[in-house]
Write a protein of this length. Structure first.
Length: 184
């Protein structure tokens, strides 16, 4: 994260804000990225302020979307085949339903560069208590969407998957092993 933040502060205007944010979100939660960028606004140079502002606007836009806006945003990103922005959206969306929609779009695209973000989010989803009926259904949907996306992006077979925490952790482990094998 520190390396990426240093690049943002010293680089010319970013052309790939979503790629930069995806790289940061692979290291730390997007909320932490937002806080670090906000803290950097007080110490940045004029050239870095444009980059910091751009990244903050992207994060804040994603976090401000309601469900209908998020679903439309995901469909547009899917049509544009913008895997980086979908990964950032997955990390920044506020609800499980919105996150599940982003995961489904990533699964549809099947791009291997989404695996690390999907695995991180799947690990987080595994740790979520399922809660009452409504919470259980939305968290099961999220876990299922994440695992389906991982299957699509890795080519691994998760047909025996159930939505339990243990099964979800096994999926994450297999994906981590795949990332180490492929060097991505």
């Amino acid at each position: 994260m520190a390396k990426l933040l240093a690049v943002v502060k010293q680089s010319p205007p970013l052309e790939q804000a979503d790629e930069t944010l995806r790289g940061m979100a692979q290291e730390v939660p997007l909320e932490y990225v937002r806080k670090q960028l906000e803290a950097s606004t007080e110490e940045g140079s004029p050239s870095s302020m444009a980059n910091i502002g751009l990244l903050l606007r992207r994060i804040n836009m994603i976090k401000s979307l309601d469900q209908d806006g998020a679903f439309a945003h995901v469909e547009q990103l899917k049509d544009d085949r913008n895997v980086d922005a979908l990964c950032v959206s997955l990390c920044g969306f506020r609800t499980e339903a919105m996150q599940a929609k982003a995961a489904q779009a990533l699964g549809y695209l099947g791009d291997p560069k989404a695996v690390r973000i999907l695995a991180i989010q799947t690990l987080g989803a595994a740790a979520m208590p399922l809660g009452g009926t409504e919470g259980r259904l939305s968290r099961e949907e999220l876990r299922g969407s994440l695992v389906e996306a991982l299957a699509s992006c890795t080519g691994l077979d998760f047909s025996e998957y159930d939505v339990s925490e243990a099964a979800t952790l096994k999926v994450v482990k297999r994906c981590q092993d795949r990332l180490e094998e492929t060097g991505r």
